[in-house]
Design a binder for this molecule. Structure first.
Ligand code: NDP
Ligand code: ZN
Length: 357
């Protein structure tokens, strides 16, 4: 039996519709049909850039989904056909030694915990497979709308991780570079963690408005001047306690070092590889001996993580659905949503594609 999907045709060059065999779920796996999915900036990186987990020709894209279980493989005990679950974009193999080293995002190799839409076919399809489905996905509790649950899959878990990586504490002054959906969730997470001042960096008007909605005290536009100078102007020359990088490229790293106080924290989420090399003026931050703590990280997955984030939505701590600015429908909508993420129109924050609601 065949199914259709949207993905790479020639990796690095072209995308389009492709046909594949419907996969058969193996041990602990499930076959799902997508209910709602969200195209992502990372889909564009995965389709057109190198270095993303063996992304290759004829790979179905998409890794953010809420799906309905269609068929369960041997070994699944708790779930049943028809259950609707959030599928985090990182779905590690929990039976690997990397898990015992606390690096489950890298289970099976560097960044290999993120499999869906990279090293295996993704969610922009009629059907998709999820490995270790009962450990990697979470059922949606009553009172949590599908749209909000969908944002748990990547935007919430990633944005929140930026704040965890930077180590935000009560009363911290925090900069979040990037006010796309990941940066917005980092802003919301910094607020939940008790940050005092939160300075957001972005340029699109709608994103900047939402940055304030989610908790930014100030928003600066990186197109209107140097980020460091603008922030020093706002703070009267005082460096901030924590910086989360959720936009731009690797060139944000030296900016983050320069902005952040000695022994402060930097959480880097940007997965783009441009530019691939950095020319850093290390004198700006004392040649790396200022006790900065830099952590870069891939979005955390796992059922317990998803359940915790769903709990924050259920009990009214956050409403991530406000970020959904564009609605698309069906497989054609996957293509439309991908193109939106590629072109980033002024009024876009995040698209949703309704597939089998
Ligand atoms: P968006 O493209 O929607 O948002 C990026 C933000 O960064 C926008 O606010 C943009 O501003 C801003 N920006 C762009 N260039 C610069 C610059 N030179 N200086 C400062 N700000 C800049 O992306 P997402 O929010 O969807 O994702 C953010 C990043 O996180 C991406 O690189 C994505 O690949 C990565 N990511 C990483 C994951 C992980 O596991 N580590 C998981 C998911 C995503 P403007 O308003 O002008 O567009
Ligand atoms: Zn994503």
């Amino acid at each position: 039996m065949k199914m259709k999907g949207f993905g790479t045709i020639i990796h690095g060059e072209s995308v389009g519709f492709i046909e594949k065999d419907i996969p058969e779920p193996g041990e602990f796996e499930a076959l799902l049909e997508p209910v709602v999915i969200a195209p992502c900036t990372s889909d564009v990186h995965i389709a057109f850039e190198q270095g993303h987990n063996d992304a290759r020709n004829y790979r179905i894209l998409g890794h953010e989904s809420v799906g309905r279980i269609v068929k369960l493989g041997p070994g699944c005990k708790e779930y049943k056909v028809g259950d609707i679950v959030v599928v985090p974009c990182t779905t590690p193999n929990w039976r690997t030694l990397e898990v015992q080293d606390g690096a489950y995002q890298h289970s099976g190799g560097l960044c290999q915990g993120m499999r869906i839409g990279t090293s295996q076919d993704g969610v922009m399809a009629e059907y998709y497979l999820v490995n270790d489905v009962e450990m990697n996905t979470a059922k949606i509790p009553d009172g949590v709308p599908l749209e909000s649950a969908l944002m748990v899959s990547d935007m919430m878990t990633t944005g929140f991780h930026g704040v965890e990586l930077a180590g935000v504490e009560f009363g911290d002054n925090v900069v979040v570079i990037g006010s796309g959906p990941v940066g917005l969730m980092a802003i919301a997470a910094a607020k939940l963690r008790g940050a005092a001042r939160i300075i957001a960096v972005g340029s699109r008007r709608h994103c900047s408005e939402l940055a304030k909605f989610y908790g930014a005290s100030d928003v600066i536009n990186y197109k209107e001047g140097d980020i460091y100078e603008q922030i020093m102007y706002l703070t009267g020359g005082k460096k901030v306690d924590r910086t989360v990088i959720a936009g731009g490229g690797t060139e944000q790293l030296p900016i983050a070092y320069k902005l952040t106080r000695p022994a402060g924290g930097i959480g880097d989420l940007v997965a783009a590889d441009t530019p691939p090399r950095l020319n850093i003026d290390t004198a700006d931050f004392c040649r790396f001996v200022a006790h900065h703590k830099l952590s870069g990280g891939l979005c955390p997955g796992g059922r317990r993580r998803a359940e915790r984030l769903l709990g924050l939505i259920k009990y009214g701590r956050i409403d991530p659905s406000v970020m959904l600015t564009h609605k698309c429908y069906g497989l054609e909508g996957c293509k439309e949503g991908f193109e939106l993420m590629h072109k980033k129109p002024e009024d876009l924050v995040k698209p949703i594609v309704y597939m089998n609601v």
